[in-house]
Write a protein that binds this ligand. Sequence first.
Ligand code: PAF
Length: 281
Amino acid sequence: MIITTIKELRDYLDTHRQAGKTIGLVPTMGFLHEGHLSLIRRAKAGNDIVVVSDFVNPTQFAPNEDFESYPRNIERDERLATGAGAHAIFYPSAEEMYPHGSSTFVEVTGDITRVLCGASRPTHFKGVTTVVAMLFNIVQPQKAYFGQKDAQQAAVLMKMVTDLHMDIDLVVCPIVREKDGLAMSSRNTYLSAAERAQAPILNRALREGKAAFEKGENSVEELIQLITGKINEAPLADIDYVSIYAFPSLETIETVEEKALAAVAVRFGKTRLIDNIILEK
Ligand code: PAF
């Protein structure tokens, strides 16, 4: 069932809440793939009612980014989400979500939003935290589900939930990959055949980094060099960053002693892909 207005969604959820049902939220920007479906299935297993939001959020895109061309297909999304166990698909317009324009923001400040993707997308996380806070207010779920693929987003949202005392469990689910290791992403559809063939290098490079770490290499500089060298073997790969930070604080480290995130962003033509792996002894 597709619901397009906040009022209709609230009425629907109030009925279920009054009947004592638990609510799980899976926020998405639509064009669902197996990664999203794994979140929906997980939400179905842990809640009575599952709401999937399907909203390409304008405030998390910079003017030069792909907001207009971001792939959309609500009929397909409804079929896939329902098949995976969603009860309601919240599909609001931008006017429904931002009726007064966007003058109020929720922003997590500090290095956590400045490093990694925050360096090349300085307004992105402010848009994400604002829309997710809005969705939390509208749906009031007990649990919300996000993918580890967007590891920095998950870390930033955890910080928001902690700092603002939001009574919501964030469930971060494993990255779902194609057979050749490419992390699933709606943006993979932008890749040409030649770019698609080289894109699995991200995962291969990260796995080589992890293998070196597991064999005893814990210098961040050495590990970054190794991962960078491997990615540069793909002629179409244009590296935005290869970084390693403590996870989930995203604090700078020189050696990996505890849980760390090795993360990469790489352009193939016009498409910017991200991927990551956790390093942990
Ligand atoms: O990860 C996404 O698809 C988006 O950033 C999110 C969390 C749905 C907010 O628009």
